[in-house]
Design a protein around this ligand. Structure first.
Ligand code: GDP
Ligand code: MG
Length: 676
């Protein structure tokens, strides 16, 4: 108890000499409370109340140590413009236990006020002190050790016990990191009267520290380690606040420079003390450490750093990813509905770039290896999501290319004399170029995406399409050719058969030959358009000839059905019997011989039946017999047959019966004339 040294004044939390820009006090946080619970609000304070969200590594963390009521909180408030509780002298109340944290006014420094105790005999307090020390060493760059001048040299004093704890836990934490991770211990000697110079005081302290260090039980393998492997030391004094108030204030002002001015030779926040925890991850790191301390687990700091990095990198990646997925949504509908999205490659590249940049900005501050791993995870994930659009657009490009190719071919086939093979080759080059250009534009760097398979499929598809298209167009052409043939054959053949006689079949054969020749000429003309080779042409012509012949024989059959044929016979008979040689209708007189002309006309007509019975295939122009090669379902000889024996007899009988009627009619007409 230092009540003898404590004034009657209630200390103001705002030091008069600190430049005050805003009267509002910076909020402080009860980081670890009396129940030893770690606050859930650290992140909110860092981001919102202290404005350190974007600070990254650009902030520092210090903690103060020392026995109770040695003016620690008073000093912090003066130094940093903070608002830590100071023991109220009138009420003499113990300030709240635990660890408080606040931010220095107008400086990016976080300060932890660790409420010490004097009740070292009480086990629970000793336990909390140890935990606080462990926590402070693991998180802070600088530990301010606060002590009265008269405590210096009191080796067994409470302060020394605390330091012993600090050293022990530090060895436990950083033992393996000898010389790499250092912590600065800044001894602030209070109520310095001035009779003992700082040099003497610091020597005494150093000797004490060495003594403590020597007495520590060191972990295996570190038996010979030195205190300076782990700690740097600084010593300073402050005048008595009550006896020399002005000197006290100016001492504090001088001390502040060490915390705020990197160019100062005594600047405390040297890079080697940094714990490499970005501001936006401090809550995770510090919380994790407190958790380990509470559960009494091994506080493996490198592991803590990695865990922090993993946690934070995931968090940062998720945030970046949320924006990323939102942005790439716009491609979904157009790509799925078969459209080709303009500048898809550039847009994907940009969105991915923005996401990676957002990730890099915050995540690159964390454990390098973890960051690198998480980065490639994120890139892979982004690429996987984008690949769907890459593949979708590739498919659409493929479809579009086929459509272009198809309309090119159709266009070309419409043009008389166009060269199918050339059109196919040129069009193929054009649409493949189109496809490749589109594909290259959407293949992003740092991906394994390929379009070669799709390209291969496209090329094969085009080839197949060209073949099918040619087939289709060729068939169309052949169908219209057939129509043409029928038109050319039907009427002339009908006419020829309606004027039966010995030259009838010769005329029919001539009609056939002429029609087929016309069609062949047309086919030859189309040969280039359809890229027909000699063999194909030959085959088509053979088919054409057969087809024309089949059409012709069909027409012949039509003309030879009973009714049609009887009509032909009757009209020939009438011609002969009812008309005279001049073609005038005969009027029978009583003396006329009806029987002879009747018999003559009937016999001549009946002779036509065997003529109709079989096509006479003698070519009257070229001479010789006209013939066609038979096929499986085409028998040329059979095709020549028109009327069977039976049908010939039936027709003859039918005709004769009909002719009898004419005979009777002729006879009756004579009787009728006589009766007049
Ligand atoms: P803490 O418990 O170490 O945080 O100490 P406080 O800052 O609460 O101060 C405890 C008491 O010491 C208060 O009454 C302060 O007014 C007083 N005090 C603060 N600084 C000094 C100082 O430099 N010298 C003396 N003698 N008293 C001080
Ligand atoms: Mg205090």
């Amino acid at each position: 108890d230092h009540s003898d040294l404590v004034p009657e004044v209630i200390d103001s939390p705002i030091p008069s000499t600190t430049p005050v820009k805003s009267p509002a006090l910076l909020p402080r946080l009860h980081l670890i409370d009396e129940q030893q619970k770690f606050s859930e609000e650290l992140s909110t304070y860092i981001k919102q109340k202290w404005d350190l969200k974007e600070a990254g590594f650009n902030y520092n963390l210090a903690a103060v140590f020392g026995s109770q009521s040695t003016g620690k909180s008073t000093l912090l408030n003066r130094l940093f413009g903070t608002n830590f509780d100071v023991m109220n002298e009138t009420a003499r109340m113990q300030t709240t236990k635990g660890i408080w944290i606040s931010k220095g006014r107008d400086m990016k420094v976080l300060i932890m006020d660790v409420e010490g105790t004097d009740g070292r005999e009480r086990g629970e307090d000793q336990d909390f002190e140890r935990k606080s020390a462990l926590f402070s060493v693991a998180t802070s760059e600088v530990l301010i050790v606060n002590l009265w001048e008269h405590q210096v040299g009191l080796y067994n004093g409470a302060n020394m016990g605390l330091l012993k704890t600090v050293f022990e836990v530090n060895l436990q934490l950083f033992g393996g990191n000898r010389g790499k991770e250092k912590t600065l211990l800044l001894f602030v000697i209070r109520d310095h009267v001035g009779s003992t110079p700082l040099a003497n005081l610091s020597n005494t302290l150093r000797a004490d520290l060495e003594r403590i260090w020597h007495g520590l039980s060191k972990p295996e393998g570190l038996e010979d380690c030195k205190i300076t492997d782990y700690f740097d030391f600084m010593f300073t004094t402050l005048a008595h606040k009550l006896l020399q108030p002005e000197k006290f204030e100016s001492d504090v002002d001088k001390l502040r420079i060490r915390f705020t001015t990197p160019s100062d030779p005594n600047y405390v926040f040297q890079p080697q003390y940094s714990k490499r925890v970005p501001a936006d991850g401090l809550h995770i790191y510090a919380g994790g450490i407190w958790d380990k301390i509470m559960t009494n687990k091994d506080l493996d700091l490198p592991t803590q750093q990695e865990l922090l990095a993993q946690y934070r990198c995931d968090e940062i990646a998720n945030a970046a990813f949320a924006t990323f997925t939102e942005k790439i949504k716009e491609f979904r509908q157009p790509v799925e509905s078969g459209n080709i999205v303009e500048d898809l490659g550039e847009k994907m590249q940009e969105i991915r770039g923005t996401a990676m940049k957002a990730f890099d900005k915050d995540a690159s501050r964390y454990h390098a290896e973890v960051y690198k791993r998480k980065r490639s995870d994120m890139l892979a994930k982004a690429n996987t999501m984008l690949e769907a659009y890459f593949l979708g657009q590739l498919k659409n490009l493929h479809k579009k290319a086929v459509n272009m190719f198809s309309s090119n071919l159709q266009q070309a086939l419409k043009i008389e004399g166009s060269d199918f093979a050339t059109v196919v080759a040129e069009s193929k080059t054009e649409v493949l170029d189109y496809f490749l250009q589109g594909a290259k534009a959407i293949k992003l760097e740092e991906t394994e995406w390929t379009y070669e398979e799709e390209q291969f499929q496209l090329e094969r598809g085009l080839q197949e399409f060209a073949i099918a298209q040619r087939e289709k167009e060729l068939n169309k052409m052949l169908t219209s050719l057939e129509k043409h043939l029928r038109k050319e054959l039907d009427e002339p053949v009908g006419l020829a058969l309606n004027n039966p006689g010995p030259s009838m079949w010769g005329r029919v054969i001539t009609i056939y030959q002429r029609t087929v020749e016309d069609a062949e000429t047309l086919l030859h003309k189309k040969a280039r358009t359809f890229d027909l080779n000699e063999e194909e042409q030959g085959e088509l012509i053979v088919n054409l000839r057969r087809q024309a012949w089949v059409l012709l024989t069909k027409k012949v059959q039509e003309e030879s059905v009973d009714g049609m044929l009887l009509l032909k016979l009757r009209s020939r008979f009438e011609e002969k019997f009812r008309y005279d040689d001049q073609g005038l209708p005969r009027v029978w007189k009583p003396d006329d011989d009806i029987d002879t002309p009747f018999r003559k006309a009937r016999d001549e007509t009946v002779e036509l039946v065997p003529l109709f019975a079989k096509i006479n295939n003698v070519d009257p122009v070229k001479g010789g017999k006209f013939e066609l090669e038979p096929t499986e379902d085409f028998d040329f000889d059979q095709s020549l047959k028109v009327l069977s024996e039976t049908r010939q007899q039936e027709l003859t009988t039918k005709f004769k019966r009909e002719s009898d009627a004419f005979y009777l009619e002729a006879k009756r007409s004579v009787v009728a004339t006589q009766a007049k």
